[in-house]
Design a protein around this ligand. Structure first.
Ligand SMILES: Nc1nc2c(c(=O)[nH]1)N[C@H]1C(S)=C(S)[C@@H](COP(=O)(O)O)O[C@H]1N2
Ligand SMILES: [Mo]
Length: 191
């Protein structure tokens, strides 16, 4: 993995920060875990809606990863804990024609990903960051974590996933940000 001063860990055009900036379009929604649910819908055999208690019956997974925002900052060695998206999807049994995913959120934010990107073993519905409950401004009580992509794919206050046959573009992607968003090849903009 290398130390924090190892610049090979920094994708092109990024700079390091030790802070954890908040980057949100609009206000942070407030969702109590009592009413929180996570939904998997679209091209699945068995649509599911999990409560906070139900999703916590899945195995807890821990991922240490670097976070890269397309505006330029990178924060290394974040420790995230939550459940693997692949475990949640397995409950819903995706149909063979499902190829793409739209993540949707409390507050209305959306972001799209290829299905194979969200079934990677380090993609989480994350509840904890650096050992503490996820702060509300960082997406608490739960956010998506997609380490392989720029930060805008890590949807805060995530409310569910819709499985799709064809790609649809999420909030920033419609506004010209790259649909795939690989920081190592600087997939920042697409139009
Ligand atoms: N719901 C929601 N999720 C979001 C955003 C947002 O505006 N709304 N911003 C994205 C962007 S651009 C980034 S870089 C990260 C920032 O996460 P942070 O605020 O925890 O640092 O959240 C992503 N997830
Ligand atoms: Mo971002």
């Amino acid at each position: 993995m290398g130390s924090k001063s190892d610049t090979r860990r920094l994708p092109p055009g990024q700079y390091l920060t030790d802070k954890f900036p908040v980057l949100t379009y609009g206000a942070s929604p407030r969702i109590e875990t009592k009413v929180w649910t996570f939904e998997v819908k679209g091209l699945v055999k068995q649509p599911v809606t999990l409560t906070w208690a139900e999703i916590h019956r899945l195995p807890l997974a821990r991922v240490t990863s670097d976070f890269h925002c397309v505006t330029g900052w990178s924060r290394l060695d974040n420790v995230w804990e939550g459940v693997r998206v692949r475990d949640v999807l397995a409950l819903a049994e995706p149909l063979p024609e499902a190829r793409h995913v739209m993540a949707f959120c409390y507050g209305g934010y959306t972001t799209n990903l290829p299905l194979e990107a969200v079934t990677a073993e380090n993609v989480l519905v994350a509840f904890l960051h650096d050992g503490r409950d996820l702060e509300r401004d960082h997406g608490g009580p739960a956010r998506l974590l997609v380490p392989s992509r720029y930060g805008y794919k890590s949807a805060k206050w995530v409310r569910g996933l819709e499985l799709l046959a064809e790609e649809e573009r999420g909030f920033w992607e419609v506004h010209g940000y790259h649909s795939n968003a690989d920081p190592w090849t600087e997939e920042r903009y697409s139009f």
